[in-house]
Write a protein that binds this ligand. Structure first.
Ligand SMILES: Nc1ncnc2c1ncn2[C@@H]1O[C@H](COP(=O)(O)OP(=O)(O)OP(=O)(O)O)[C@@H](O)[C@H]1O
Ligand SMILES: [Mg+2]
Length: 316
């Protein structure tokens, strides 16, 4: 049984009381295995954070289901909810806004242990120190300080340490390194990869940076306007992308051997979102008649791809 099964997950937002509905997440389905690192990629507004918040039980889906270890996450009651919060933890982009600024780091960390695991005293102290060391921090340096007295990198490590105190099996990390410098970024990603290797933790990693995703992920999901366009092994999806959007995304990554020149990297942008059919067709260089019909997920070359171009190559 997969650790997490997401089925037809949909989130609609209303703008204003009577305003039109906007579909931020559109029938998204995927699975995640134990100890797997899955990258969720896609441009700004593609629905990544919305999916993460629904998985973390911070935002109720409009429709669809999220099953964790076979249980419907949004139907958990009482003690099951506490169990879920221990098993599934989140780490967010801005560590400064994810901590209460008037509480010292110690208090923040001890609270997780007493609330979620009922642990206090010497045992709690040991765990706090070991989880800080686990993320490369010297407990003496951070305990007793307020969040604003730490650097962004230190604080992001503290937020991972805080998540680890719950001893989760799944970590949902929404752009955990996007505010950090390059070497701190790699440090933090290495810690995440170690958690997968040594403790078998599964991780959903959200971000924009394809090379960072490639570095530690096993799988990648690419989203476009709330829908999955490609899902599979990271070597396939990012190494040999099939969906025109994934190809365009890869093309848009600046490289050190490529200088700007007029028109060199250009992804056609349009705000026009077709109401039916493939949402990317307004920007796609391969668009043809069939694209006005809703794409179906095709199994092609070991990954799932939602593009009519591959209809003839599908194994299904
Ligand atoms: N609470 C909300 N009310 C209304 N619309 C929302 C709400 N939250 C998100 N949205 C909209 O849903 C869409 C998806 O947003 P989301 O934050 O999930 O994107 P994202 O992929 O995480 O983007 P980014 O890469 O910029 O973080 C956006 O168009 C956003 O404006
Ligand atoms: Mg986001």
């Amino acid at each position: 049984m997969p650790l997490l099964v997401v089925e037809d997950l949909t989130k609609k937002f209303k703008s204003g009381l009577m305003g039109p509905e906007f579909t931020a997440v559109d029938r998204v389905s995927f699975t995640l295995g134990e100890g797997e690192i899955l990258s969720m990629l896609g441009e700004s507004g593609s629905g990544k954070t919305t999916i993460a918040r629904m998985i973390l039980r911070l935002l109720r889906p409009t429709s669809g289901r999220i099953l964790y270890k076979g249980r419907d996450v949004w139907r958990l009651r009482g003690r099951e909810v506490l169990w879920y919060y221990k098993e599934v933890q989140g780490v967010f982009q801005d560590p400064y806004s994810s901590f209460n600024p008037v509480h010292r780091v110690d208090r923040i960390l001890y609270r997780v242990l007493s609330n979620l695991r009922g642990l206090r005293g010497v045992e709690a102290e040991k765990l706090v120190r070991s989880s800080l060391r686990r993320v490369g921090l010297n407990p003496q340096e951070v305990l007793g300080k307020y969040p604003h007295q730490l650097s962004g990198g230190q604080l992001q490590r503290v937020s991972i340490a805080r998540a680890l105190l719950a001893s989760p099996r799944l970590l949902v990390a929404d752009e955990p390194v996007s505010m950090l410098d390059a070497s701190t970024r790699i440090d933090i990603l290495n810690i995440l990869a170690e958690l997968r290797d040594e403790e078998g933790m599964a991780i959903i990693l959200i971000g924009h940076d394809m090379s960072l995703s490639y570095y530690i992920s096993d799988r990648a999901i690419v989203l476009y306007r709330g829908s999955i366009v490609e899902d599979g092994d990271v070597d396939k999806v990012l190494g040999r992308p099939l969906h025109p959007y994934t190809q365009d995304l890869m093309e848009s990554v600046p490289r050190l051997d490529r200088k700007w020149s007029k028109g060199r990297i250009r992804i056609p942008y349009t705000d026009a979102a077709p109401a039916t059919g493939c949402k990317y067709r307004a920007r796609c260089r391969y668009a043809f008649e069939k694209c006005s019909r809703d794409p179906v997920m095709l199994d092609v070359d070991g990954r799932r791809v939602a593009c009519w171009l591959y209809e003839g190559n599908s194994q299904k």
